[in-house]
Design a protein around this ligand. Structure first.
Ligand SMILES: Cc1cc2nc3c(=O)[nH]c(=O)nc-3n(C[C@H](O)[C@H](O)[C@H](O)COP(=O)(O)O)c2cc1C
Length: 185
């Protein structure tokens, strides 16, 4: 698969890091784009910064010289993780002024997979209306709501309960987080 990971300036940079850590660049063509504010949040939340695995292609925000800027060459899937409410609103309303937003626009119009991972809480009606618009347009809204039944002991393990669901929705086999047993004896 060709997968674009877009990172924005919401809290939860660890989710992006763990997703990148768990996508194999030998199996997938991986691209990354970061909003300007993503870099500020990464500086706050990821000691040592974002680690890009070898083989991942990083793209500047302001250049449209990226394959996914055109409907002729879309990724199979795009994940915006973590996703700010600003970027989510801009995607919902078709803003395409940088390559991250344009890529989301392309992914929706070409009927590819768009997964948005917002963290925001609480939600306003504006957020919910934007969720509705995006769901109607075919996006998947996958809030960064960790699950606690897995017995996670570290922040990374907790983040992985969200990243595992992202991988599931990408169709990437994974055993990143324990799954709920069907029935306990
Ligand atoms: C440390 C930090 C945490 C933030 N967390 C969030 C958040 O969880 N959700 C959100 O919508 N914005 C959050 N913001 C604000 C966004 O970064 C800001 O609205 C920015 O304009 C978003 O730009 P972008 O969507 O292009 O990344 C945060 C900002 C900082 C500095």
């Amino acid at each position: 698969m060709k997968i674009l990971v877009a990172i924005t300036g919401a809290s939860g940079a660890l989710y992006a890091q763990r997703l990148l850590d768990n996508l194999d660049p030998r199996q997938h063509e991986l691209h990354v784009v970061q909003s300007n504010y993503a870099q500020q949040v990464i500086a706050e939340e990821l000691p040592g910064g974002l680690r890009l695995p070898a083989g991942v292609k990083s793209h500047g925000l302001k250049s449209m010289n990226a394959p996914f800027a055109s409907g002729s060459n879309p990724p199979d899937a795009m994940v915006v993780i973590p996703c700010t409410m600003g970027t989510l609103g801009r995607i919902a309303h078709g803003y395409s002024e940088d390559v991250l937003l344009r890529a989301a626009d392309v992914v929706l119009k070409e009927k590819k997979k768009l997964i948005l991972v917002p963290r925001e809480t609480p939600l306003s009606l504006i957020h919910v209306k934007n969720f509705e618009l995006l769901l109607l347009a075919g996006a998947t809204i996958l809030p960064a709501n960790p699950s606690y039944y897995s017995g996670a002991k570290t922040a990374t393990e907790l983040a992985d309960t969200v990243v595992a669901r992202v991988l599931d929705h990408l169709g990437v086999p994974n055993q990143l987080a324990p799954r709920w047993t069907e029935e306990k004896e």
